[in-house]
Design a protein around this ligand. Structure first.
Ligand SMILES: [Zn+2]
Length: 62
């Protein structure tokens, strides 16, 4: 897994989201329904965090 170094400046819950997202890509190398189902299983509030990342991520140039 590779990460944008700027992620270290983000709130912990967004770092957790990015980490879980990338970990799920180890199983599903795409954004298929299976990928999102898996992510939701390991992180039930992933949709909330995804939206937060879309909003907050711009601050950190992610
Ligand atoms: Zn992805």
């Amino acid at each position: 897994m590779t990460f944008n170094w700027r992620i270290v400046m983000a709130p912990r819950r967004l770092i957790e989201y990015v980490t879980a997202h990338e970990a799920c890509h180890l199983i599903h190398n795409n954004h298929s329904q299976g990928f999102w189902r898996l992510l939701a299983r390991v992180m039930p509030d992933c949709e909330t965090r995804r939206i937060e990342l879309a909003v907050e991520g711009a601050k950190f140039q992610l």
